[in-house]
Design a protein around this ligand. Structure first.
Ligand code: SF4
Ligand code: SF4
Length: 145
């Protein structure tokens, strides 16, 4: 049986479509983070970037996201050092740490809803930045990174 590309190629060897297909669409990296000025601790909020479609957990303008949201992450194999900031369930982080994809990943189960059913995506609890005043963000902290 032929092994899938993520088992035979390193991250830097993957074609663009293979690389993009690793994103499971959890939306976790689209949640706004706050950094404490004094301790530099980073906190995750339940507030999602204004471009995230909360229902589908997909970016509403992925092609132009970097122009529209300057702080949006552009993940590339060269930035592997930054992957530690991604959630532990993120395929880019898992593969960069030599781990396996998790069972609900769309590439494994061929079901785009599995990630929502497994409670990994943010669609059940995220609120859009469009409805939250920036001064209220600290009231939406859900965890420390
Ligand atoms: S955390 Fe990883 S898998 Fe989830 S949306 Fe972001 S890049 Fe994709
Ligand atoms: S621009 Fe799109 S991909 Fe980037 S953080 Fe916002 S919703 Fe996520």
């Amino acid at each position: 049986m032929e092994l899938p590309f993520w088992k035979t190629k390193s991250l830097s060897e993957m074609a663009t479509n293979e690389w993009e297909s690793l994103c499971d669409g959890c939306g976790q990296c689209c949640l706004i983070k706050l950094e404490d000025d004094e301790t530099f601790d980073v906190y995750v909020t339940n507030v999602a970037c204004r471009l995230l479609d909360i229902e589908t957990c997909r970016c509403r303008d992925y092609e132009h996201r970097l122009q529209r949201v300057p702080i949006c992450l552009s993940l590339t194999p060269e930035k592997v050092d930054e992957f530690k900031w991604l959630p532990e369930t993120c395929a880019y982080r898992l593969l960069s740490e030599g781990k396996e994809l998790l069972s609900w990943h769309p590439l494994l189960c061929n079901n785009n809803n599995a990630i929502h059913e497994a409670g990994i995506s943010v669609c059940d609890f995220a609120q859009s930045e469009e409805h939250i005043h920036p001064d209220q963000l600290h009231e939406h902290v859900i965890e420390k990174m």
